[in-house]
Design a protein around this ligand. Structure first.
Ligand SMILES: [Mn+2]
Length: 285
């Protein structure tokens, strides 16, 4: 008898061909400007995911019904945005070619700007983020984590990005976002959760969406281990109240980024649970 525990996300052992959702880690944090270390997140999120029990009582859903495969981490090129970009795009394309939904574990938020390039141009890039991330460049780097929304918009179109929970920006990027008529929902417009859910349902209805969750959208008291903590934000409880919007959309891709495990042992648990919750709620539709 061999006693072994798979080290994959959720202890899953499906092949890519059998899976509806394929997890891949992207341990890339080259442009982190404040608290670096999100390259350690994929393994920390996996470790947390293995300890989450299989029946989600509050969703009344057996998580084992989620056909998840885990292909491990993409071997990224530290310091080379372009090489990492190419590897992420090709890996995401491989997952899409297998008719599965990519679920990426960041890494810094830049990985979302890479991943979206593998999707058709009319995909809706729906980003939950404390930061607007609409700079043309940051420190002369166009593939910085401060430019994610802008790079994504350049691929899918300015009309096909929505940022939710924003409460931090520089004046220029805010002016640019308004000039390009980019949809963003500042966090003070998120206090009324019912109104927010209605707004999101309208935005995603019938669309193929790439859902990108920068963990700093949560209140730092809930998610302390992030690269750029920003006061205010959602509590997990709030997020679950609005999450039904996902039922009106087709989930094309999902990522969770900016977890920095070395600053907090709980944030990877939150990230793992969040992934299960999003997929469970989506499967229940
Ligand atoms: Mn952010």
């Amino acid at each position: 008898m061999i006693y072994s525990l798979p080290s994959t996300f959720g202890r899953r052992e499906l092949s890519v061909e059998e899976a509806s959702y394929v997890v891949a880690g992207v341990p890339f944090d080259s442009s982190e400007s404040y608290r670096s270390g999100s390259r350690e997140a994929p393994q920390a999120i996996r470790e947390a995911s293995r300890e989450i029990e299989d029946y989600d009582m509050l969703e009344d859903f057996d998580l084992l019904e989620l056909a998840i495969a885990d292909i491990g981490d993409i071997e990224v090129s530290f310091g080379s945005n372009q090489e990492t970009r190419k590897r992420v795009v090709e890996t995401v394309r491989f997952i899409l070619d297998n008719n599965a939904v990519p679920v990426l574990l960041g890494g810094e938020h830049t990985i979302s700007a890479f991943a979206i390039e593998a999707f058709p141009k009319d995909t809706l890039f729906l980003s939950f983020d404390a930061h607007l991330d609409f700079r043309e460049d940051y420190l002369n780097n166009r593939y910085s984590h401060a430019c994610v929304l802008r790079r994504a918009a350049e691929h899918v179109g300015y009309e096909n990005v929505v940022a939710v929970g924003v409460r931090s920006a520089c004046k220029e990027e805010l002016e640019d976002a308004r000039r390009f008529e980019v949809s963003f929902i500042p966090f003070d417009e998120c206090y009324d959760l019912e109104a927010l859910e209605t707004r999101l349902m309208k935005a995603v209805k019938g669309r193929n969406i790439y859902l990108s969750i920068d963990m700093d959208v949560f209140d730092p008291k809930d998610a302390r281990g992030v690269g750029n903590p920003e006061p205010l934000g959602f509590f997990f409880f709030d997020f679950l109240k609005i999450l039904d919007f996902i039922k009106g959309a087709t989930l094309a891709g999902l990522d969770v980024t900016e977890v920095v495990p070395r600053y907090d042992a709980y944030t990877p648990v939150l990230a793992a649970k969040l992934i299960f919750k999003v997929l469970a709620r989506y499967e229940k539709k």
